[in-house]
Design a binder for this molecule. Sequence first.
Ligand code: FES
Length: 107
Amino acid sequence: MTKITFIEPQGAKVEIDVINGWTLMQAATSHGVEGIEAECGGSCACATCHCYVEGEQATRLPAPSNDELEMLDNVAAERLPNSRLGCQIRVTPYLEGLVVRMPEAQS
Ligand code: FES
């Protein structure tokens, strides 16, 4: 398990002990975190699992694939340098303490 903190659009913090190997999207949707839709179920085809990764652990994330970068062009909220798709990030112990902020809109 790896502790990840999600920040919902209204500012509420939700700390989740995530099963290693799950994606951030799976962790958020299975715990009812507000601010994520994940319409395509994790196929990198909808951009409604957009999130902002924060904290020093964000520097440890693998770089986004070309598919993820292309899909990030379609996000509903502002795209920022730390924008990622939650379904493309697998949780590992190396990410302990990562903070994931959900945008104000997904569609
Ligand atoms: S769930 Fe659709 S792109 Fe991530």
